[in-house]
Write a protein that binds this ligand. Structure first.
Ligand code: URA
Length: 431
């Protein structure tokens, strides 16, 4: 086989066979295929696309390029969830304990945040003493003992994805639906769970900008899952404005605790209850989706889900201490509305970037984050606001943040017209 022939084949819109895709990935990882040829193939895929068979073959080749975690020693059905990333997305901190308290097994490998999106590991590590560096053995033991563990990736999972993602990043080929689908699914399949719920976000703060693209991506990922005999469900959800009120690591931990006390923001609560119900149902714990939802709501309101969060934090070495002292910043600044009306839009990207500039996120991988800082929205879409009322509160440790404060204020669009609140969930794609 010659790479140049395969590039030509894809360039001219023909289908690559399973063997050809396996050849490409194997030889790219072992460096026999140079970056310039791989870049050319990626661009051909970007323009010509890939059909279902090719996307599944690419996923399989990437999955088998490294280690695959064997969770068969964990008793019960293992459930996982993946979000395509967003601003204020602390779903794992709520959902993980919630479904674990229902009896599902949550063995979750998470990532760090980069740019305007936050990462679960950074939120967890904002808790004093909490370690995300679990050995595979400790990780599995903890899931067997308490039903949940969340760790950083230590095993050599999907090295092909790491290499390809870095190359896509510098060749303008990230936004290709088959490439995104196989990238996400190879990592999820390598993590070993039986049930995978995907949260595909759309809007300013997300990868997917339109419902059509999100639907196509979701369908491909669900199909890839079924070709690997995994139950995959995709939720298409709104990321045009931040999820919940809080954006920033410790602030989001506090919001997760509030949500598990039944006092969380409506959008975050709705998302966690709906996704959680699918995880519990698909995990075989309840016989119908309705019964799964009843169980999820019972665990949320009885305090058992919150107790599971505390147990999980304790098992991983975390100490929450006195929550009134949890956030340590030098100043808290209110950002006020300059006109009256209804909140029509809160630009998630702008809020995410402002939080990153405060130090809550990283511009480059090497940046060190400040876990205490961030932004708490006081108004959400549809809320009425009067001129001079507080729109958001900024938790700051930096000097001179005038520009950031303006960016937060400009992220809000206030309309004179009444704005209806809408569900955060647009569609659910199942097999
Ligand atoms: N997230 C991933 O893991 N991979 C992509 O290609 C895009 C988003």
């Amino acid at each position: 086989m010659r790479m140049v022939d395969l590039i030509e084949k894809k360039r001219d819109g023909h289908e690559l066979s399973n063997d050809e895709i396996a050849y490409i990935i194997e030889n790219y990882v072992n460096k026999s295929i140079p970056d310039y040829q791989m870049s050319s193939l990626l661009m051909a895929i970007y323009f010509q696309g890939m059909n279902h068979q090719e996307s599944a073959a690419l996923t399989n080749a990437m999955l088998n390029s490294g280690d695959v975690i064997d969770l068969s020693v964990v008793k019960g059905i293992k459930v996982d969830k993946h979000s395509t990333g967003g601003v204020g997305d602390k779903t794992t901190l709520v959902l993980g304990p919630l479904v674990a308290s229902c009896g599902a097994k949550v063995a979750k490998l998470s990532g760090r945040g980069l740019g305007h999106t936050g990462g679960t590991l950074d939120k967890l590590e904002s808790i004093e003493g909490l370690s995300i560096n679990l050995s595979i053995e400790d990780f599995i033991n903890q899931v067997n003992d308490i039903g949940i563990a969340v760790a950083g990736q230590t095993a050599n999972l999907t090295p092909a994805d790491k290499l390809l993602y870095a190359l896509r990043d510098v060749t303008a080929t990230v936004p290709s639906i088959p490439l995104i689908a196989s990238s996400i699914m190879s990592k999820k399949l390598a993590s070993g769970s039986d049930v995978i719920v995907l949260d595909v976000k759309i809007g300013d703060g997300a990868f997917m900008k339109t419902i059509e693209d999100a639907r196509e991506l979701s369908k491909i990922m669900v199909q890839i899952g079924s070709s690997f005999d995994k139950k995959v469900v995709a939720f298409i959800t709104d990321m045009s404005s931040p999820l919940g009120f809080a954006v920033g690591n410790k602030l989001e931990v506090l919001e997760a605790i509030n949500t598990l006390q039944g006092k969380g923001p409506a959008d975050l609560t709705e998302l966690c209850v709906e996704i959680g119900s699918y995880m519990v149902y698909s995990g075989g714990i309840a016989t119908t989706l309705e019964k799964a939802k009843e169980l999820v709501l019972e665990k949320l309101h009885s305090g058992e889900a919150l107790a599971k969060l505390y147990d999980f934090i304790k098992h991983q070495g975390g100490i929450l201490g006195d929550l009134s002292q949890f956030i340590d910043v030098k100043e808290i600044i209110e950002v006020k509305a300059e006109s009256s009306g209804y909140v029509e839009h809160i630009n998630a990207l702008a809020i995410g970037v402002a939080a990153m500039k405060l130090g809550a996120g990283r511009e480059t991988k090497e940046d060190v984050i400040d876990p205490n800082v961030g932004i708490v929205l006081e108004k959400k879409i549809g809320d009425q606001v009067k001129s001079g009322e507080v729109l958001a509160v900024v938790y700051n440790n930096k000097q001179n943040i005038k520009e950031i404060l303006s960016e937060v204020q400009e992220a809000f669009t206030i309309s004179k017209e009444h704005v209806a609140k809408q569900s955060i969930i647009f569609e659910i794609i199942t097999e």
